[in-house]
Design a protein around this ligand. Structure first.
Ligand code: SAM
Length: 438
C-alpha cells in the first residue's frame, strides 16, 4: 500500500523523517523536513506507520550525490545525501526536539574536524557472495551484510587491508559463521588505527582454528608495514556481542598507543576508545574548561582513563571507575605514562560502588560518559542527597540522557548548556554534552 503525499515535518533521533498521513504519524527513513513523499507501507501500529520513500514530490533540502554505492541499503549511514554542514544543523534540530524546554541553551552542533574516514575502529561482519568471503556492514535492522568496499567512514588503507584478509581467507578455504546453525568460523574482521596510522587487525572466529596464519602474517607485514598486530579473538557465544573472552596474539601485541591532544594512552583491543579522535579532543577540552580548579572529580565510565588524565592537572583528585578489566589495566598504565599522581582507578560496576566512592573521596563533580543505556536508577537517586554540585554528562544516546537529566533537575540541578558534537558524521548518531550545576 502506498501512503500518498506525506509531508515531513521534522527529523527525529534515529534518522527518520516524521510526517503524518490521515492524522496518524508516519516514520520514513531518508527523508528530511520539507519533503513531500509517497511512502510504501512497511508496518502499521495503533498510532503510527512505518514506510519507505518511493516518490518525492517536493523537497526543501538540497540533496547531493551520496558517493556510496550502498547508501539507503546499508545500516551504517543515514545522511550521506545532504551537505555535511546541513547534517550538523539537522542534528541540532533533533536535540531541540528531544529537549524543547531548553532550546535557548542548546549550542550549534560542533562539526567533526574530519567528516570522512574519521573512524579509528571498525568491526565488519562477513558473508559469502559469489562463493567468496566478503566484508561489509549490516543492513538497517537486519543481519544481512552489504558490501563495504567503498565505505566512507574508514580510511582506504583499512579497506585495502580488509580485502587482503578476505583474499587470504578465501585462499585458505575458510568458512563464514552462520548464526542460525552455529556452524562456520569467521564472524567479524576488526581494525583499530591510532594517530600514527598504525593498525591492529582482529579476526573474530567461532572456532579456535584459523587456517594458515603464518602466510597471512607474511602477506600483511610485507604489503602493509603499518600493521602492528594480528589477533585472533575466539567468540563461541550465540549472541550479538562481537568479541569473545579468549584470543591468540598471532603478531605483535594486543594493544597499541594512541593520542588525544598531548596525552598518550595505551589501548588494549578489548578496551573502549572514542571512535573519532579529532572531535574527542574538542570534547575533552570543553570538559576541562567547564571544571572548577581543585575539584574532587569522579570520572564515571572511564575506559582507559582518557578523560581523567586529560583533566587531572586541574583537579584536586580524580577517581576513574570502569568495569572492563582490560581498560582498567590500560588506565593504570596510562596514569603512570602521563605522570599523573592524583588519579586512582577502581575496577567495578559504577552502580555497585557509587555511594561508597562519592562519600569516601568527597566527590563534588562528576563526568558521566555511560554506555547507551545511561545511568542505573540507584545512581540517579543517590545524587539527590549527595554533595555533588557539578555534573558533566556526555552521552551517545540523547533519549536515555534526557531521562537521567530529568532526575537531576528534580534533585535541584540546573542545565547550564548543551552542546551536540558530531562524533559520527553521516550517521544519525550524536554525542550530546550537557553541563549541570546546583
Ligand atoms: C562510552 S565509554 C566511555 C569511556 C571513556 N570515558 C572515554 O571517553 O573513552 C563507556 C565505558 O563504560 C564502561 N562501562 C559500561 N558499563 C559500566 C558499568 N556498569 N560500570 C562501570 N563502567 C562501565 C565501558 O566498558 C566503557 O569503557
Amino acid at each position: 500500500m502506498i501512503l500518498k503525499n506525506i509531508k515531513i515535518d521534522k527529523i527525529i533521533y534515529k534518522g527518520y523523517g516524521l510526517g503524518t498521513y490521515q492524522g496518524k504519524k508516519v516514520f520514513i527513513p531518508n527523508t528530511y523536513p520539507g519533503d513531500i513523499v509517497d511512502g510504501q507501507l512497511l508496518s502499521e501500529k495503533k498510532d503510527y506507520y512505518k514506510a519507505l520513500p518511493v516518490k518525492f514530490h517536493k523537497s526543501e533540502i538540497v540533496r547531493i550525490p551520496a558517493r556510496c554505492p550502498v547508501f539507503t541499503e546499508c545500516g551504517g549511514c543515514n545522511m550521506l545525501d545532504v551537505d555535511y554542514f546541513q547534517q550538523c544543523e539537522l542534528k541540532k534540530q533533533v536535540i531541540e526536539d528531544i529537549y524543547p524546554d531548553y532550546i535557548s541553551l542548546i549550542n550549534n552542533t560542533i562539526a567533526s574536524p574530519k567528516a570522512d574516514q574519521y573512524r579509528n575502529k571498525v568491526f565488519f561482519p562477513v558473508t559469502i557472495r559469489d562463493k567468496k568471503i566478503i566484508y561489509g556492514m549490516f543492513k538497517n535492522l537486519s543481519h544481512t551484510v552489504v558490501s563495504a568496499d567503498k565505505c566512507r567512514l574508514v580510511s582506504s588503507k583499512i579497506l585495502e587491508i580488509a580485502q587482503e584478509v578476505c583474499n587470504h581467507l578465501n585462499n585458505a578455504n575458510e568458512t563464514v559463521y552462520d548464526e542460525r546453525s552455529g556452524k562456520g568460523n569467521i564472524r567479524h574482521l576488526g581494525f583499530r588505527v591510532n594517530s600514527k596510522q598504525e593498525v591492529m587487525v582482529i579476526i573474530v572466529t567461532n572456532k579456535s582454528k584459523l587456517a594458515f596464519t603464518n602466510t597471512l602474517i607474511k602477506t600483511l607485514t610485507n604489503k602493509f608495514p603499518q600493521v602492528l598486530s594480528l589477533i585472533q579473538n575466539i567468540n563461541r557465544s550465540n549472541t550479538n556481542t562481537i568479541l569473545g573472552d579468549s584470543d591468540k596474539v598471532l603478531l605483535g601485541q594486543p594493544y597499541f598507543f594512541d593520542e588525544i591532544g598531548n596525552k598518550e594512552y595505551k589501548v588494549h583491543y578489548q578496551s573502549f576508545f572514542q571512535v573519532n579522535r579529532q572531535i574527542t579532543e574538542l570534547i575533552y577540552k570543553q570538559i576541562r574548561a567547564d571544571l572548577d580548579f581543585n575539584s574532587n572529580v569522579l570520572d564515571a565510565y572511564s575506559g582507559v582513563s582518557t578523560i581523567g588524565i586529560f583533566i587531572a592537572d586541574k583537579a584536586n583528585l580524580v577517581v576513574s571507575v570502569e568495569n572492563n578489566e582490560w581498560a582498567v589495566q590500560d588506565a593504570n598504565y596510562n596514569i603512570k605514562l602521563n605522570k599523573c599522581n592524583n588519579i586512582g582507578v577502581i575496577n567495578a560496576k559504577l552502580e555497585d560502588k557509587f555511594e561508597e566512592i562519592i562519600d569516601k573521596y568527597k566527590i563534588n563533580t562528576i563526568v558521566f560518559d555511560p554506555p547507551r543505556k545511561g545511568l542505573e536508577t540507584n545512581i540517579r537517586d543517590l545524587i539527590k542527597n549527595s554533595k555533588i554540585n557539578k555534573i558533566i554528562y556526555l552521552s551517545c544516546n540523547p533519549t536515555t540522557q534526557k531521562r537521567d537529566m530529568q532526575d537531576f533537575c528534580k534533585a535541584g540541578f540546573k542545565l547550564e548548556k548543551m552542546i551536540p558534537y558530531d562524533m559520527f558524521p553521516h550517521t544519525y548518531h550524536i554525542e550530546n554534552y550537557a553541563l549541570l550545576t546546583r
